[in-house]
Design a protein around this ligand. Structure first.
Ligand code: PLP
Length: 389
């Protein structure tokens, strides 16, 4: 029981070719966004089966840009409401506030930690202009059901798919159902370029605005509609969220291995769960995610919820896991309304309760799933530590 193991969130993130391609870009001295990024955007959109993809420097930037483009292009006004689950990442939420829109929080369900459709239904009113979904750790709500509910209501859907690249719902990739799908290539996600992100859309107007706002509000990246008589045309407001060519080169090469990564992670997940359930100490201490029936998840972590009577032991369990070399993370950030930042901006004025998000914060955590086969010995040590309480 005292054996140490090296079990980080992600191992061997980059292969030899990733590094070679990155170095080649640096040697070429073309560091700023150029042809490799454009090529990767084309490949990415083709891979997911959408018309357009725009690369940015992070998943957070992808969310920021989507919200601002949604606001401008779809004429949202200050104070318009955007529904968002309480179990979200900080930069799923802040762009809504930064754009002057109003976040309206909904609770999540305990089976897969995604927003509850029933709760969303209750919160929809005339001021609802968008729903920001967070696909938690490779999973999703019944997105077709949600789209049916909002049909004809003029409500935009932004899918924060930063944790779920490669997951499919009813054979269609997550991130491709809504008006915008955002992705992250941060370290430990399904594929990584260290930092990096992507936005996909099927709307040409939104696509062009994404490119304009990504780069200073400039028209330079437009193929057509560019003002050709003048060189420095700023045709809207903007940021600088451009990625580096190095990130595009690495992520492009990693995308080729996404299916292989998913398969290995899935196998490792099944092995860990089986081993836990066969363990002599197994007393149903953990509840595992139950993905939607039509979902083919692409995992990068294995989340757990401790059963009620073991919740008190969570800190002890995590301390013990970390001590023996097993890295852990909370389920996104728990109930985001409990975070200090939410208090500063008084985001829960009515002191509403979100019991499931609360439970996930209290009882949940996850460990990584690696892209190489787990050895029996590793499996044994890992499960011993997970059940050593
Ligand atoms: C759901 C979600 N959205 C957005 C982000 C932000 O992505 P990035 O770290 O690439 O900025 C994360 C980060 O982990 C995330 O989990």
């Amino acid at each position: 029981m005292q054996t140490k193991i090296h079990y980080p969130l992600l191992e061997n993130a980059f292969d030899k070719k990733d590094i070679e391609l990155g170095v080649k870009v640096i040697k070429s001295k073309q560091l700023t966004m150029s042809n490799i990024t454009r090529n990767f955007e084309k490949k990415f959109s083709k891979y997911l089966g959408v018309k357009y993809a725009v690369m940015v420097n992070s998943g957070s930037s992808a969310n920021l840009l989507s919200i601002f483009v949604a606001k401008y292009s779809h004429k949202l006004k200050i104070g318009d409401e955007v529904i968002i689950p309480t179990v979200c990442w900080s930069t799923s939420l802040w762009p809504i506030i930064q754009a002057g829109l109003k976040p309206v929080f909904v609770d999540v369900n305990l089976t897969d930690y995604n927003a509850s459709i029933e709760e969303i239904k209750l919160r929809i009113n005339k001021k609802t202009k968008a729903i920001l979904l967070v696909h938690v750790l490779g999973t999703s709500l019944k997105i077709d059901k949600l789209l049916k509910i909002i049909r004809g209501k003029n409500i935009l859907v932004i899918e924060d798919t930063c944790e779920s690249l490669g997951s499919k719902y009813k054979k269609k990739y997550l991130g491709t159902y809504g008006n915008f799908g955002t992705f992250s290539f941060y370290y430990s996600h399904q594929i990584t370029s260290g930092e990096g992100g992507m936005i996909v859309t099927n709307n040409k107007k939104d696509y062009e605005l994404l490119k304009i706002m990504r780069a200073h509000g400039w028209d330079r990246d437009l193929e057509k509609n560019r003002i050709k008589t003048k060189k420095f045309n700023f045709i809207n407001m903007g940021f600088n969220l451009r990625p580096l060519e190095v990130s595009a080169a690495i992520a492009q090469n990693q995308l080729k291995r996404l299916k292989k990564f998913s398969k290995l992670r899935n196998q490792n997940r099944e092995k860990i769960i089986l081993k836990l359930k066969q363990h002599k100490n197994w007393k149903n201490q953990y509840k595992f995610v139950v993905p939607e029936k039509h979902l083919e998840p692409s995992w990068f972590g294995l989340p757990f919820l401790l059963k009620e009577k073991f919740v008190k032991k969570k800190n002890l369990i995590i301390k013990n896991l970390n001590k023996f070399g097993i890295e852990t993370r909370p389920i996104i950030s728990g109930n985001f309304l409990n975070q200090k930042a939410s208090k500063i901006y008084n985001l829960n004025k009515k002191k509403e309760k979100f019991p499931n998000a609360e439970y996930i914060e209290k009882a949940g955590f996850f460990i990584g799933l690696h892209t190489k086969k787990l050895k029996n010995k590793e499996l044994e040590i890992l499960t011993n530590h997970l059940l050593n309480f």
